[in-house]
Design a protein around this ligand. Structure first.
Ligand code: HEM
Length: 266
């Protein structure tokens, strides 16, 4: 028995010919209609690359977890924060009204690029909620030169290095309101003064999050769609939030919001 529905679905698919997948109806999972096109392309990839079943299941799981929980936590967090700050929410809404007017058409990529207020909210959201730490194994000695005549230091091969994004994103050297939700951190004039590596919610380099652009697009799409239609309210206390560590930093008390329909042309 599989506890994870993705593994169950994948395993069931693997026992069928790829061609017969479209007629496959055995697996009862709410994820089925979303994951089938993805699984089909992964099966093609696995065939080409001759991946073992275990390796394929691992890859699929990784992407499903890394790609869904992260964006869900960020979208939920942003909604709660907007729900506790009416003035901020109205700023975001005013911009959405400017972009969409009374139209209820879906957002396009061009629309998303114009949502600068929402972009600041999303950037601030992932400053707070991104994975708080990452670990790497050192593959060859790293020499850290000593400052001002001090001795150099060596991080030896095989050591594990923890990078604490949590601390980086709350360092008062770079953030005027380190422990608050303050989207103005991302006003262009402040962004320009911060060193490049002071903000790494998606990591950096060869192992940078491969889904970061898609993640930001999807979060902006979800948030703008909800905020155009509803006024969001949350009764959490923004000065007394409890966090718990998962892949992301989640709110321990969940994401309670109420949605009040917006009156058209409000
Ligand atoms: C708010 C959204 C997201 C945040 C904050 C985020 C953050 C990160 C971070 C910090 C890492 C590096 C972790 C490490 O090296 O230990 C990472 C890796 C990864 N992310 Fe994301 N991510 C997000 C959304 C997504 C999405 C939407 C996808 C896929 C569609 C995705 C797929 C992945 C994958 C596959 C990796 C592993 C890459 C590797 O090990 O080389 N992520 N993400």
């Amino acid at each position: 028995m599989y506890e994870n529905p993705i593994e169950a679905l994948l395993s069931a698919h693997l026992s069928y010919e790829v061609d017969s997948i479209s007629s496959f109806t055995e697996v009862k999972s709410p994820y089925k209609k979303f994951v089938r096109p993805y699984l089909v392309s992964m099966l093609d990839y696995a065939e080409e690359e001759k991946l073992t079943e275990d390796r394929l299941a691992l890859e699929v799981n990784d992407l499903m977890v890394a790609g869904s929980d992260t964006s869900a936590v960020a979208s939920s967090h942003a909604l709660v924060m907007l729900g506790m700050d009416e003035e901020l929410q109205e700023r975001v809404y005013a911009e959405l009204r400017e972009i969409f007017g009374d139209s209820d058409r879906p957002a396009t990529l061009e629309d998303l690029a114009m949502m600068t207020q929402l972009e600041m909210v999303v950037k601030e959201t992932v400053r707070i909620t991104c994975p708080p730490h990452m670990a790497r194994t050192v593959e060859r000695d790293i020499i850290l030169p000593g400052k001002e005549g001090a001795k150099e230091r060596i991080i030896p091969t095989g050591a594990t290095v923890y990078m604490l994004l949590y601390n980086l994103h709350r360092n008062p050297k770079y953030w005027s309101h380190p422990h608050e939700f303050h989207p103005d951190h991302f006003l262009p004039e402040y962004e320009a003064t911060r060193p490049k590596f002071s903000y790494l919610p998606f990591s950096y380099g060869l192992r940078i999050c491969p889904g970061y652009k898609y993640g930001v697009y999807s979060i902006k799409t979800v948030l703008s769609t909800v905020l155009r239609k509803f006024k969001v309210k949350s009764n959490l206390d923004k000065n007394n939030l409890n966090f718990r560590l998962s892949i992301m930093l989640e709110l321990a008390d969940g994401y309670p919001v109420t949605l009040e329909p917006r009156v058209p042309s409000e």
